[in-house]
Design a protein around this ligand. Structure first.
Ligand SMILES: NC(=O)c1ccc[n+]([C@@H]2O[C@H](COP(=O)([O-])OP(=O)(O)OC[C@H]3O[C@@H](n4cnc5c(N)ncnc54)[C@H](OP(=O)(O)O)[C@@H]3O)[C@@H](O)[C@H]2O)c1
Length: 322
């Protein structure tokens, strides 16, 4: 089955996830969708100093939004902020230094943000990693899971009350089409069983993000939730974590602006907000979160079991999270 899933996924990718795939899909885009001003609206973007996150921050700053960049490296964050401010002319760009893999720290940051800010209109969960060797964070959680799943869970869950108080609230999670090859696994969140394959752990985390998005949409109808795949984009994450793939794809990889396009559309446009909450998007369109005949759908019990485990883990790192 995994051979079938991988083959279908790769064929899809060659047609759709590349620069050419973007150019074809973008012929159907409505330029007016993102021709908006978002002065007075605030946007939090994790991993905003590089790649898709920085291109998103730049696009939103150019539309007048207040941008909260959540980054782990102060020097990189300041350099990116300086570029964003000088190119956009928007001074409302703020840096928050947080390592998204450190669960307790993410929670402390989100709690403080909630106390200090009256509103947050859009949260963009973009930071992500693919670590090939099994490592754990200060709390003993496997690093990919801690960053890609637990960090997203704690940040979003803690900020939900603030988002709910804000106008037209949205949560966008930058997942990956790689998740299409994975079914949710509920009995090994820490990847302790069997061979540790960082690529598949990453793909599993990205499936978890899609399930989270679906579950949140049901639980919090006031907020618009979406997950999206940016395509195959030329970023440091790809060149460092997948050097062979990066070399093989070369010029066929998308630019960061092309990769960020659907994030920006989901964050800014009225058209996106009219779509049903909880869906998976690619190139400004909602698409199925499962490949045909791949048997990757999880049951309601499995989803519940997953959410319960996250909640229990979160409680062990926080106080009164929910
Ligand atoms: N590029 C693609 O083809 C592709 C495809 C599918 C999905 N994605 C997803 O797109 C998102 C953005 O990645 P990218 O491709 O734009 O790569 P990128 O340019 O390397 O950006 C990744 C960002 O995440 C940050 N980050 C990673 N771990 C972090 C942590 N523990 N705490 C805080 N920030 C952290 C990085 O910070 P540093 O700069 O400090 O490392 C960087 O700002 C990721 O979620 C990735 O999984 C990318």
């Amino acid at each position: 089955m995994s051979l079938y899933r991988n083959a279908i996924w790769f064929m899809n990718g060659i047609h759709q996830y590349t620069r050419k795939g973007y150019e074809t899909a973008s012929k159907d885009f409505e330029p007016k969708d993102v021709d908006v001003s978002v002065v007075g609206r605030s946007f939090m973007i994790t991993g905003a100093n590089s790649g898709i996150g920085m291109a998103t921050a730049m696009a939103i700053a150019k539309k007048g939004g207040t941008v909260h960049m959540v980054c782990r490296n102060k020097d990189k964050a300041e350099e990116a902020r300086s570029d964003i401010v000088s190119e956009s002319g928007n001074m409302e760009v703020y840096i928050h230094i947080v390592d998204m893999s450190e669960t307790q720290k993410v929670w402390e940051f989100a709690e403080a943000f909630k106390r200090q800010h009256l509103s947050l209109n859009v949260l963009i969960n973009n930071a992500g990693c693919m670590v090939h060797k099994r490592e754990v964070n200060a709390g003993g959680l496997e690093k990919n899971f801690a960053t890609n799943t637990m960090g997203v869970y704690i940040l979003t869950q803690t900020l939900i009350p603030l988002l709910q108080k804000s106008r037209d609230p949205r949560v966008i999670t930058v997942t990956s089409g790689g998740m299409l090859v994975q079914k949710l696994i509920v009995n090994d969140l820490q990847s302790e069983k069997g061979f540790f394959d960082g690529v598949m752990v990453y793909a599993q985390n990205k499936r978890q993000q899609v399930v989270l998005t679906e579950q949140w949409a049901k639980a919090y109808p006031v907020i618009h939730f979406s997950a999206m795949h940016p395509g195959w984009v030329d970023t440091p994450a790809v060149s460092t974590s997948m050097p062979q793939f990066h070399h093989m794809m070369g010029e066929r990889l998308r630019s960061v602006e092309q990769g960020a396009d659907t994030v920006v559309w989901l964050a800014l446009s009225r058209a996106a907000a009219r779509k049903r909450s909880g869906q998976f998007f690619q190139d400004r369109a909602s698409i199925p979160a499962h490949l045909p005949l791949a048997w990757t759908q999880s049951s309601a019990e499995e989803n519940h079991c997953f959410m319960t485990q996250l909640e229990t883990l979160a409680k062990s790192f926080t106080h009164n999270l929910m």
